[in-house]
Design a protein around this ligand. Structure first.
Ligand SMILES: Cc1cc2nc3c(=O)[nH]c(=O)nc-3n(C[C@H](O)[C@H](O)[C@H](O)COP(=O)(O)OP(=O)(O)OC[C@H]3O[C@@H](n4cnc5c(N)ncnc54)[C@H](O)[C@@H]3O)c2cc1C
Length: 289
């Protein structure tokens, strides 16, 4: 399989890339790690006139920790970086734990957080991880930047709030509370495949072990990752029992209509929502944080 013919340009600054985007309009396509785009070109699902390569833009590869503990990652940071970097492991351990579930190491060496968020595959891990982490995305345009939460960014199947003349510049992860723990569970047919469905959560507890806040995200089951806080609300103010967590799973299942496709029926995905929610909560509440 070979891609259609295209021109190629490799700008060295975000400003140059935005100028090129404006100049070529619909004829341009940005390329980051190429791990979703190149297969799409090879299958002739897209016919760009020109590819604008983001790989030489240093500002998109930066990563920094702000004074308040917010981790600000440039969009071109690779999956493998989040999996292996000691600072990420310390500050955002859920990411280090979950990234090995994304594809295979060769793909993780090239694929980027920005590329995954912009591609917006409903079964991808990154949108769910950013949503459960309450992360914000920063989009750059010719007139400046705008920052939105993940719920506002993800609009549906392969669709985001990014405008055609914008580039996803970075992602802001707020600091995690000191006693926060997390769970991440997914079912895929084979290791490295996209998830048929998955659940991830974060929980905060006070000194007596009572749950003070919780976030739950389901992915792969509908057209995008969805935040289901209503399913974990009954756990607040309690030291949840196994029964409470089973109940949260049942509630999660009742809150979203699962999709069917050639990988799984809606009924099977609904079952996974319930089981994986329960397992993710058990994982979170059984960990020290
Ligand atoms: C065999 C295989 C298995 C995979 N399995 C998984 C999996 O299990 N889970 C998973 O989540 N992913 C999986 N992937 C996809 C992989 O994670 C990709 O890396 C990711 O989806 C896209 O990232 P990328 O950097 O390669 O983006 P690219 O492929 O370069 O780009 C993807 C899209 O995003 C746009 N884009 C990229 N960066 C920007 C930006 N900064 N601003 C605006 N638009 C941008 C591009 O124009 C393009 O439309 C798999 C891929 C392969 C080939």
């Amino acid at each position: 399989l070979k891609p259609p013919v295209f021109d190629y340009v490799c700008p060295h600054s975000l400003e140059q890339a935005l100028d090129l985007l404006e100049q070529y309009g619909d004829g341009a396509k940005l390329i980051a790690g190429g791990q979703s785009l190149m297969p799409a070109l090879n299958f002739r699902l897209a016919y760009p006139e020109i590819l604008i390569d983001l790989n030489e833009i240093a500002s998109l590869q930066n990563i920094r920790v702000d004074d308040d503990g917010t981790v600000v990652a440039g969009a071109m940071n690779r999956h493998r970086f989040f999996e292996t970097d000691p600072m990420i492991r310390e500050r955002l351990p859920l990411l280090s734990y979950a990234l090995p579930f994304v594809a295979h190491v060769q793909i993780r060496n090239r694929g980027t957080i920005g590329g995954s968020l912009c591609h917006a595959d409903p079964a991808a891990e990154w949108p769910a991880l950013c949503l459960v982490s309450d992360a914000e995305v920063v989009m750059a345009g010719k007139t400046g930047t705008r920052t939105v939460g993940m719920e506002e960014f993800s609009l549906g199947l392969f669709t985001t709030a990014l405008q055609p003349n914008e580039i996803l510049a970075g992602i802001r992860f707020p600091p995690r509370a000191s006693r926060q723990s997390w769970g991440f569970q997914e079912i895929a047919r084979r290791r490295g495949d996209f998830a048929i469905a998955g659940a991830t959560c974060t929980v905060d507890r006070d000194e007596s072990g009572k749950c003070t806040s919780a976030r739950l995200v389901i992915f792969g089951a509908t057209d995008r990752a969805v935040l289901l806080d209503a399913a974990v609300e009954p756990l607040l103010g309690r030291v949840p029992t196994a029964r409470d967590m089973n109940e949260a799973g049942r509630l999660a299942r009742s809150l979203i209509p699962a999709r069917a496709d050639h990988h799984a029926s809606a009924e099977y995905r609904s079952e996974l929502i319930e089981v994986l929610t329960c397992r993710a909560l058990q994982q979170a509440f059984s960990s020290e944080g």
